[in-house]
Design a protein. Structure first.
Length: 259
């Protein structure tokens, strides 16, 4: 961990009154950006359900927050994902918001990628987003509409190295978002994509951040400071709320001006 570490940035205190009581599903919500998204919606008075592979961390967070429910799930198993989401939908009473957050940015060289590894990365970073969306559609339609927020990444915009398959999946989020927005617009379902910059989660600081990375942020970001999960959660909540009622098919980059 470098000297700048992870900034302690609390939620801004903005209240989206229309979010209170709404049902929210988040994939990959036990840690990192996903955990901040779960906490953010919980603070708005939402009923939140989330899935994650980490059973202990997920249950601990659910136990600590009101109206938050957790189901342990390996999202690469689509039937398990469907079952977990069905349970959560029943617990929260229906879905108004889906946040497709789950991802894994494991590093890999181009030469090391096998067909099996490629499929495994897609099964984490792309495939569950489609089937989570599919699983909540009937509930959203029954409620007269909703909001889907897909999480992208600036990794492909930066032309970063060491994660070609991950970046490919994340670039697909924009196309996925725009097509869904057209297909689901008549159901009053809005679909947008949030693209985080380099967010100082515990994982990023532990695994990837070094002095060179600190220098790169200082040089390339237009704004000083460091991006944290709450910065991303604020944008996600804005897009989920009625404040964004006529916003769909768009990409929102939160990277302090780097890209």
């Amino acid at each position: 961990m470098t000297s700048k570490s992870i900034p302690d940035v609390a939620f801004a205190g903005v209240t989206f009154n229309d979010l209170r009581g709404r049902g929210v599903i988040v994939t990959g919500g036990a840690s990192g950006i996903g955990a901040d998204i779960v906490r953010g919606f919980a603070a708005q008075g939402c009923k939140v359900g989330f899935v994650d592979l980490d059973a202990s961390a997920g249950q601990a967070m659910a136990d600590a927050l009101p109206e938050v429910f957790f189901q342990a799930c390996d999202v690469t198993d689509i039937e398990a994902l469907r079952t977990a989401l069905s349970v959560l939908i029943d617990k929260i009473g229906g879905v108004d918001v889906l946040v497709n957050n789950v991802a894994n940015d494991a590093r890999h060289t181009i030469e090391s990628v096998t067909p099996e590894y490629f499929d495994e990365r897609v099964a984490i970073n792309l495939r569950p987003h489609f089937f989570a969306m599919q699983s909540v559609l009937s509930s959203m339609r029954a409620r007269g509409g909703g909001a889907i927020v897909n999480m992208g990444s600036v990794s492909w915009k930066f032309k970063g190295t060491g994660y070609a398959v991950y970046a490919t999946c994340k670039s697909a989020m924009l196309g996925f978002t725009r097509v869904l927005a057209r297909e689901l617009g008549s159901d009053n379902i809005r679909v947008n994509c949030v693209v985080p910059g380099w967010v100082m989660t515990e994982r990023q600081v532990k695994l990837w951040l070094d002095d060179k990375g600190e220098a790169a942020m200082d040089q390339n970001q237009c704004l000083p400071g460091r991006i944290v999960g709450t910065d991303i959660a604020h944008m996600v909540m804005f897009l989920a709320a009625d404040t964004a009622r006529m916003v769909t098919a768009q990409e929102f980059v939160v990277d302090a001006g780097w890209s």
